[in-house]
Design a protein around this ligand. Structure first.
Ligand SMILES: C[S@@+](CC[C@H](N)C(=O)[O-])C[C@H]1O[C@@H](n2cnc3c(N)ncnc32)[C@H](O)[C@@H]1O
Length: 228
């Protein structure tokens, strides 16, 4: 997330031309080709070492929400929705979880498959992904604010929520304020007024927003649990 206030624009003011969906897809293909392991999916203005700390911080939060017990008999089935180059997928699989990683970028998925490490990887948009089973956990880390079109964002949230089993968790990062905000031409952050009603009416209980608390990031994890 950029924190440069000059890049922060009210959506209504319409000062920024957002990328089209084709431009957005091309942006991610290029970024995954150009950037190192963590900068490509992490914070582009941090170096790899700072990104390493950023990933570690978020991984430890995720493990608190998910539980980190490996159980060979009853593993946790987890969808990493928008897995990028697979940094979270591989770490979570190393705790014994059965991870499916999906991403729209061909370059990212190819690299994930070359690395291996346990997860299954598929190229798919988040709104189009179908699974023969429901997941214990669906996590989408720093992806939804890169879906610029509101209708596609809503289709995506509804689809991912539909893949969470009863008692399972839906964990998604975005900012914790009310209202939407545009950062640059490729980020639209959306707040709790969008997530909470949409998910509550689909049977997911809101269990809080948990800020990353990393270098002033305005982003955090929304945690929901399916109750019906
Ligand atoms: C900031 S990166 C985060 C990657 C990963 N979650 C991580 O934290 O390392 C955003 C990722 O979302 C993917 N992405 C963006 N929109 C998508 C969509 N509609 N469907 C699938 N993937 C998408 C991009 O290709 C990119 O890999």
């Amino acid at each position: 997330m950029t924190r440069d206030p000059r890049a922060q624009t009210s959506r209504k003011a319409g000062h920024v031309a957002l990328l089209s969906s084709d431009e957005n897809a091309a942006y991610w293909e290029t970024r995954h080709q150009r950037e190192g392991d963590l900068r490509s999916g992490g914070h582009v203005s941090y170096d790899e070492a700072t990104n390493q700390m950023f990933y570690t911080r978020r991984l430890s939060m995720l493990l608190d929400f998910i539980g980190n017990q490996a159980d060979a008999v009853a593993p946790i089935y987890l969808l990493d929705a928008g897995c990028g180059k697979g940094a979270f997928s591989r770490e979570l699989a190393s705790f014994g979880q059965q991870v499916d990683g999906i991403d729209g970028s061909a370059n990212a998925i190819e690299l994930c498959k070359e690395r291996g490490g346990g997860p299954r990887y598929f190229r798919s948009t988040l709104s189009a992904w179908r699974s023969p089973w429901l997941y214990d956990v669906v996590a989408s880390i720093d992806v939804l604010f890169h879906i610029l079109d509101d209708d596609e964002w809503e289709r995506t949230v509804k689809n991912l929520a539909s893949l969470v089993r009863l008692g399972g968790r839906f964990i998604v990062s975005d900012w914790g304020e009310d209202g939407d905000r545009v950062y640059g031409n490729y980020q639209v952050v959306r707040g709790r007024q969008k997530y909470v009603p949409l998910l509550e009416e689909r049977g997911l209980r809101f269990d809080g927003w948990h800020p990353f608390n990393f270098r002033g990031s305005p982003i955090g994890f929304y945690v929901f649990t399916r109750t019906r």
